[in-house]
Design a protein around this ligand. Structure first.
Ligand SMILES: Cc1ncc(C[n+]2csc(CCOP(=O)(O)OP(=O)(O)O)c2C)c(N)n1
Ligand SMILES: CC(=O)[C@@H](O)[C@H](O)COP(=O)(O)O
Ligand SMILES: [Mg+2]
Length: 624
């Protein structure tokens, strides 16, 4: 299957060349479908070696994708991919083969399914464990006459560790609507799957194939107790078995059916299969060696700085524990785990549980650091409000991937956390301007027992700022002035500071003297710093790597409430636009957002010029 031993990828694709849409699969014989699978696997390896992306999971579903599109009739039949990071083979077979090299690039194909991209993508994804809920929605819509076609949800074992999957199965089992769930079990999440459910799945695999509903209650499996017919486990790389099984299930099912498929993440590419993470997410790479192209970094990643700083704090304070929701490598908790295995917890894809688990740990006297990407933290909002903020528990939130993240696009943007945290009483919210600031914020959070505290930082490498050996904790609610000026002030919250300092030089060349300040805190605000800036400058502009309703809004609230919005100083806020920004490089996305240095300088200069005109009482028209 797949590659020859030299890991040389054949470029011959006679069967694949005959596929313009899934209907063309119906004309292929079984041997041709098997040949197509080999060609498709090679095509995916070649493509991702050039584009980078989620290789391992796509290689794991080659045969499954061919079988699903051979048996079902998309787009009338809905094939819904959970997370959909494994959707690359699906995109090749559904008419997007010629665009695959634009994958995850600006103006290119998304790395996930998107309704707007194709009729063959019935539901967008990227955040996990949504497929069964969405699939049930389509099935009920069909039963009520609004839609037609079969509904197939493909969900991984990792995605099955999220509560939402059970909420959906609980409802689907009760409604009894015809629905196909394909459980793609490769014992991997991003890291090896964790949790009792993963062990349970392994026990089902060990028990051997079951076919339909077990008669006696005692030997029914969990899925059957939830009202599903359970079939499998079957070899998810054996195309003939899959074709036979799916054809039979489609013929006979009269309610919800789950087919348990056992696959290998990275299947068919030796370097992926041998890798610990099965090449879950890769940069572009050399196919024959498997070596990824690493770009030289000017500084450590924020994530590495977080991990190193947290380890140092944990050496000082035995009450410090760390929690990740299936993102151990992405958050750096894997490094903490190596240092403190008994104080590190990977709860699976279960952000809601992670937050309330942290609340329980804090209530129990520990000092928990809950490390969750900004975008995934959205899933646990009620737990943050109800279990943490309302009880004033000292949970520390390490919010990685703040702001625009690049190739993963809008589903992964860390755009909203400032807004949804700063409105919570008792919360302290910080944003690091660089890696030295991040280290100090971690030291601050580690000592802050007065209530919940969050610090956010962007994806990728820092600015090269020297990191102190023993970072001094910050004074809560106190910002700093980085550059002193007299005409205008830019008050930055977070990592846009680097661009603001470049803008500072641009403004100076235009004869405008700018103060650059780093707010450090969105809550509590540094009201003294704000008053000082307002009092000494004609223009004050706030800037943040977040949506409206965040830091800038809080500053305006404060100024309005204290009567400082009296027109003497022009106040403006620069935020992410009120839109979702499609994938690109972070620089391209911030360019679209209008938050790069030249845009900051241009905007500040424009406000400054207008303010000057008004103060001289004349306009350009009047001057003529
Ligand atoms: C709510 C949420 N949390 C975390 C992630 C990050 N994530 C993306 S894929 C993945 C692992 C998914 O495992 P599985 O469903 O088994 O798919 P596989 O990669 O094994 O094919 C995780 C944790 C996510 N997409 N959504
Ligand atoms: C598919 C998914 O949600 C994750 O793999 C995510 O793409 C990881 O993001 P980072 O690459 O920023 O860690
Ligand atoms: Mg998996």
């Amino acid at each position: 299957m797949g590659l020859s031993s030299e890991n040389v990828v054949s470029t011959l694709t006679p069967c694949l060349d005959r596929i313009n849409d899934p209907q063309d699969l119906k004309a292929l014989s079984r041997p041709e479908l098997n040949a197509l699978s080999v060609e498709l696997r090679n095509e995916i390896i070649r493509i991702v070696s050039e584009t980078g992306g989620h290789l391992g999971s796509s290689l794991g579903v080659i045969e499954l994708t061919v079988a699903l599109h051979a048996v079902f009739n998309a787009p009338v039949d809905k094939v819904i991919w959970d997370v959909s990071h494994q959707c690359y083979p699906h995109k090749v077979l559904t008419g997007r083969r010629d665009k695959m090299r634009t994958l995850r690039k600006r103006h290119g194909l998304s790395g996930f399914t998107r309704r707007r991209e194709s009729a063959y993508d019935p539901f967008g994804a990227a955040h996990s464990s949504t497929s069964i809920s969405a699939g049930l929605g389509f099935a009920v819509a069909r039963e009520l006459g609004a839609d037609r076609g079969e509904v197939v949800c493909v969900i991984g074992d990792g995605a099955m560790s999220a509560g939402m999957a059970y909420e959906a199965m609980n409802n689907a089992g009760a409604l009894g609507k015809r629905l196909f769930v394909i459980l793609n079990d490769n014992t991997m999440s991003i890291s090896p799957s964790t949790g009792a459910f993963s062990s349970y799945l392994s026990s089902l695999v060990a028990a051997g194939e079951s076919d339909g509903l077990s008669q006696t209650m005692s030997n029914r499996c969990l899925f059957e107790h939830l009202g599903f017919e359970y079939h499998g486990p079957v070899d998810g790389h054996d195309l003939d078995t899959l074709l036979d099984k799916l054809t039979a299930l489609k013929q006979d099912a009269n309610g919800p059916v789950l087919l348990h498929c056992v696959t290998r993440k990275g299947a068919g590419y030796a370097y992926a299969e041998a890798s610990e993470d099965k090449y879950h997410g890769v940069a572009n790479f050399d196919v024959s060696s498997g070596q990824q192209v690493k770009t030289a970094s000017k500084a450590p990643s924020y994530t590495k700085v977080f991990a190193k700083s947290l380890i140092a704090e944990a050496e000082r304070d035995p009450r410090i524990v760390a929690i990740t929701a299936a993102m151990a490598t992405g958050t750096g908790i894997d490094l903490f785990q190596k240092a403190f295995p008994e104080r590190s917890f990977d709860v699976g894809i279960a952000e809601q549980h992670a937050v309330t688990f942290a609340a329980g740990l804090a209530a129990g006297g520990m000092r928990p650091f809950c490390a969750i990407y900004s975008t995934f933290l959205q899933r646990a909002y009620d737990q943050i409000v109800h279990d943490v903020a309302l009880q004033g528990l000292p949970v520390r939130f390490a919010i990685d991937r703040a702001g625009l993240v690049g190739a993963d696009g809008p589903t992964h943007a860390g755009a909203f956390d400032v807004g949804f945290l700063c409105n919570l009483p008792g919360f302290t919210v910080m944003a690091a301007a660089d890696e030295a600031e991040l280290a100090r914020m971690i030291a601050t959070a580690a000592r802050h027992d007065e209530g919940p505290i969050a610090f956010r930082y962007p994806r990728g490498e820092g600015t090269g700022a020297p990191i102190p050996e023993c970072p001094e904790p910050l004074e809560i609610g106190k910002g700093r002035i980085v550059e002193h000026g007299t005409d205008v002030a830019i008050l930055s919250f977070g990592a846009r500071l680097e661009q603001c300092l470049i803008a500072h030089r641009m403004l100076a060349r235009a004869g405008i003297s700018a103060t650059i300040a780093d707010a450090r805190f969105a809550k509590p605000l540094d009201k003294r710093l704000i008053s000082d800036l307002i009092g000494r400058h004609r223009v004050v502009v706030t800037i943040e790597e977040g949506a409206t309703g965040g830091f800038g809004a809080l500053v305006l609230h404060h100024l309005a409430d204290t009567g400082l919005l009296d027109g003497r100083c022009a106040i403006r806020s620069m935020t992410l636009p009120d839109s979702f920004i499609a994938q690109g490089s972070p620089e391209e996305m911030y360019e679209e957002a209008g938050l790069n240095a030249h845009q900051i300088a241009g905007f500040v200069r424009e406000v400054w010029e207008k303010t000057k005109q008004r103060s001289t009482g004349e306009t350009a028209e009047e001057r003529v």
